[in-house]
Write a new protein. Structure first.
Length: 131
């Protein structure tokens, strides 16, 4: 998991899957060494990547470190729900949001609110790339 998706952590671990979390913010979780990040990405079967990687310019580096996971999920409210953008990438799933009330969303963002505060004004969707 690249980027901490707190609501998913326990659900994933409950399945018995091994979960390695790669996070940039040391206030959220203990950070992995650069070598351990590379190893985790190279060896993963499923990769969940925050769409924030598109904004902080770490998306390409992240996908270039992957070997051949069976699924690569790009998710978060800022995920561009345009599958054509990811044709030449290993991304197989897009999980993003459609805005229901743009006025409220703008207000919450301008006040520094995040996904928990926005949730009521968004409709989350998932797109799966057909092979």
């Amino acid at each position: 998991m690249v980027g901490l998706f707190s609501p998913l952590v326990e659900r994933i671990r409950a399945t018995g899957a091994t979960l390695t979390i790669i996070e940039k913010n040391p206030e959220r979780i203990e950070l992995l060494s650069s070598e351990n990040k590379k190893k985790a990405l190279k060896n993963c079967d499923v990769t969940i990547i925050t769409a924030t990687t598109l904004l902080n310019n770490s998306f390409e580096e992240t996908i270039n470190l992957l070997s051949a996971p069976r699924s690569v999920v790009l998710m978060g409210p800022s995920t561009p729900l345009v599958p054509e953008l990811f044709v030449d990438t290993p991304v197989t799933h897009l999980g993003g949001a459609l805005i229901i009330d743009s006025t409220k969303v703008f207000q919450i963002i301008s006040e520094g609110g995040g996904t928990p505060a926005l949730r009521t004004y968004l409709h989350f969707v998932n797109l799966i790339r057909k092979e």
